[in-house]
Design a protein around this ligand. Structure first.
Ligand SMILES: Cc1cc2nc3c(=O)[nH]c(=O)nc-3n(C[C@H](O)[C@H](O)[C@H](O)COP(=O)(O)OP(=O)(O)OC[C@H]3O[C@@H](n4cnc5c(N)ncnc54)[C@H](O)[C@@H]3O)c2cc1C
Length: 439
């Protein structure tokens, strides 16, 4: 689908938006309402991450009612359910059809810099563009992390990153080692386990959350408790929360807990953290019991805060017995695994992603690759980020908070539009082309 009617790569835009996921499309929605000349540049297809970087049985972890794209909240018949991959893609496509954003697909921005006139210059795989203001909406999951030790895996074993995992049938017959227990690791381990594959799972310190408690989805309680309105600067962890692993839980089959202890009872082999690989033998750290206890403790502490909220507000809610661990790791949990000797045919690395903003030539980064910003507004005039995890609130990098952040940035862009045009325009009139090149 190409939504742009006229393509002119040399044209100057008031605003260019890089990335056609839910974030880039959401800001386009507001800019279009304001009548601001803009274009969304998308490297692949709109909604690419949902279309192409999720496995076949993927479904949302967040309930459908939290899908509140601007002017287009979820209006299906299952608000408390969890959309599957195809439904999510259809939701994005319907959002796009509802307001027809100007989008150019198949255009990757390879370099972004500001010239001496203050104009943003974008080099792309399809020519050059320029703009007064630029919104970078490329998500926060760019480079799949695979540990260097992966190079030492025996050649006959297939290895993939979670973003390339499709389904159990796509992996060769045999047992599977899944490394990592964030959202993706736990759900992929479950997907393989439900398909009858023998799974070996390296567990880390990711927290978990119960799906429901005292008659409601925990997300609904947290929403009532205004957790999703808590700005990052008022969070007890401050901006440190941006580095925390997400809590694991699933929306599969209508939603349920992910309890790794239950998986162990059903035959999944759990280990501590993946530590290394030598001569085809993987080694694991000793912390399994502590990681399982830690995940449960987080889940129970969330229930504690729900109890307090219910009590403080006099809410009538059914009582519910607390979680009792259904399995404890025995003392002789293996600390190593001979991969080929154990018939491991595949390894799925579920250890996350890194950001890659190396194509952005502006001195706005913190030395570790994270952009300095205040609610997405950077120190470079007219340059913005949108859709970063915990950019402003929990929902910033998710469906639930993107409209609020996009609206905020749109208002900022409109307010600064005159000033940016004046700055760029006066630089153009007071400097000849040769002077501006020399500056
Ligand atoms: C496994 C997983 C599960 C998730 N589950 C949920 C969930 O249940 N609920 C929820 O609300 N959120 C969830 N999220 C978080 C979030 O909603 C998604 O990551 C979502 O895709 C973010 O949208 P986005 O527009 O910010 O970024 P993306 O969807 O990543 O979109 C960025 C776009 O930018 C394009 N792009 C990148 N670089 C360039 C470039 N240089 N030039 C041009 N285009 C470029 C990409 O092709 C992409 O289409 C999940 C995330 C992951 C990874």
């Amino acid at each position: 689908m190409n939504l742009l009617t006229t393509q002119d790569p040399d044209r100057h835009y008031a605003v260019l938006i890089i990335g056609g996921g839910q974030a880039g499309l959401s800001i386009s929605y507001y800019l279009k309402q304001e009548g601001i000349d803009h274009l969304v540049l998308e490297k692949n297809r709109i909604g690419h991450a949902w279309r192409n970087e999720r496995w076949d049985t993927f479904c949302l972890v967040t309930p459908n009612w939290q899908c509140t794209l601007p002017g287009f909240p979820y209006n299906g018949d299952d608000p408390y359910g969890f959309m599957k991959k195809d439904d999510i893609v259809a939701y994005i496509d319907a959002f796009v059809a509802s307001f027809q954003p100007p989008v150019q697909e198949g255009v990757a921005v390879t370099r972004l810099h500001r010239d001496a006139d203050g104009v943003y210059r974008l080099e792309t795989t399809q020519g050059n563009y320029s703009a007064d203001q630029v919104v970078i909406a490329v998500g926060g999951y760019h480079l799949p992390v695979v540990p260097r030790v992966a190079e030492k895996l025996p050649a006959g074993i297939v290895q993939i990153h979670s973003s390339d995992y499709l389904n159990p049938q796509s992996l060769p017959a045999g047992e599977v080692l899944v490394v990592g227990t964030g959202q993706s690791g736990c759900q992929i381990a479950e997907d393989l386990h439900l398909a009858g594959r023998r799974v070996h799972l390296c567990v880390g310190d990711a927290p978990r959350v119960a799906r429901t408690y005292r008659g409601k989805d925990v997300v609904e309680w947290l929403d009532k408790m205004k957790y999703y309105d808590l700005p990052v600067d008022r969070h007890p962890l401050g901006t440190g929360v941006r580095e925390k692993t997400n809590h694991y839980v699933t929306g599969r089959d209508g939603g349920r807990d992910i309890d790794l202890r239950k998986f162990a009872l059903e035959g999944m082999q759990l280990y501590g953290r993946f530590e290394g690989l030598d001569d085809g033998v993987a080694s694991f750290g000793p912390g399994l019991a502590g990681y399982l206890d830690g995940a449960d403790a987080v889940s129970e502490s969330i229930k504690d805060s729900i109890d307090k909220f219910i009590e403080a507000n006099g809410i009538a809610a059914p009582t519910e017995a607390r979680y009792v661990p259904v399995w404890q790791p025995p003392a002789d949990i293996p600390s190593s695994l001979d991969l080929q000797g154990s018939n491991i045919s595949a390894v799925v690395w579920c250890v996350g992603f890194r950001t890659d903003f190396s194509w952005i030539e502006e001195a706005i980064f913190d030395g570790r690759g994270y952009p300095g910003h205040e609610r997405g507004v950077t120190g470079a005039p007219g340059l913005y980020f949108l859709g970063l995890p915990w950019q402003y609130t929990w929902g910033s990098g998710r469906f639930s908070g993107i409209a609020r952040d996009a609206q905020y940035l749109s208002e900022h862009i409109v307010a600064h539009r005159g000033r940016r045009q004046d700055a760029v325009g006066s630089a153009r009139t007071t400097m000849s082309p040769s002077m501006s090149q020399a500056a």
